[in-house]
Design a protein around this ligand. Structure first.
Ligand code: ADE
Length: 224
């Protein structure tokens, strides 16, 4: 999979994308991430990427031209399956969308800033608009890093234990059951006997029941 990220603050990605599983996925060649700084697509001495909003009001709007130039260049080089815009007014990111996106070949992720991008960029280029939650970040970069992480770990061959992603919370609209490791007793609290029983069928049933109970209590909306 190839991910092209268009942003003003590309350095933000250096941390999240250079650690742990994502770093390994890149080394293994499972994913290529290409960062594009919007200021490299400007043609004035100030490398201007924003301007005042028509109609007035506080906050700047990201200019059409640098974004269009960058996306046009990328589109002339290969075909993209999705051009995603990170924005708090997009559809809220869910596991199902992560699963679908992880199967794609090439995607572009555009990060907004200030009051966001000129509406015409959204109308002309964007095929999907994603929010990572009902709160506003200073820019789309951290949201894009979250999206990348959630997608990349699902690419076949990225996680060591292939079944591990399938048992995550949300994969079957259930929250994950509690997990335990050694010691079998910690500060007087024991690991549930069934997990020590060695009976895989009973353990699976127990985990499913726990998942159901926790989901009923914390996220009944997932069971509808
Ligand atoms: N940009 C700013 N806030 C955001 C959010 N919650 N999700 C996606 N992009 C954003």
């Amino acid at each position: 999979m190839r991910i092209d990220i268009i942003a003003i603050h590309t350095n933000i990605f250096k941390g999240p994308l250079s650690e742990s599983i994502i770093k390994r996925a890149i080394h293994k060649g499972k994913v290529e991430i290409h960062l594009h700084n919007l200021r490299d697509y400007t043609h004035d001495n100030y490398k201007t990427v924003d301007d005042y909003a028509y109609g007035g009001g506080a906050g700047m709007v990201m200019l059409c031209e640098p974004i269009a130039e960058c996306i046009d260049k990328l589109k002339s080089e290969r075909k993209y399956d999705e051009i995603i815009y990170m924005t708090p007014d997009g559809e809220t990111l869910k596991q199902k969308t992560c699963n679908q996106l992880s199967l794609l070949e090439n995607i572009i992720i555009l990060c907004g800033h200030y009051k966001g991008v000129d509406q015409r960029i959204r109308d002309i280029y964007i095929t999907k608009e994603i929010s990572i939650g009902d709160y506003v970040l200073t820019g789309g970069e951290l949201a894009a890093a979250v999206l990348c992480d959630s997608i990349i770990r699902l690419i076949p061959g990225v996680l060591g234990d292939e079944s591990s992603a399938l048992s995550d919370s949300f994969q079957d609209n259930l929250l994950a059951p509690p997990v335990y490791t050694r010691p079998a007793e910690f500060r007087g609290k024991k690991v549930p006997d069934i997990l020590l029983s060695g009976n895989p069928k009973l353990i699976d049933e127990w985990r499913y029941e726990q998942s159901l109970e926790i989901t009923k209590k914390r996220r009944p909306d997932l069971l509808k």
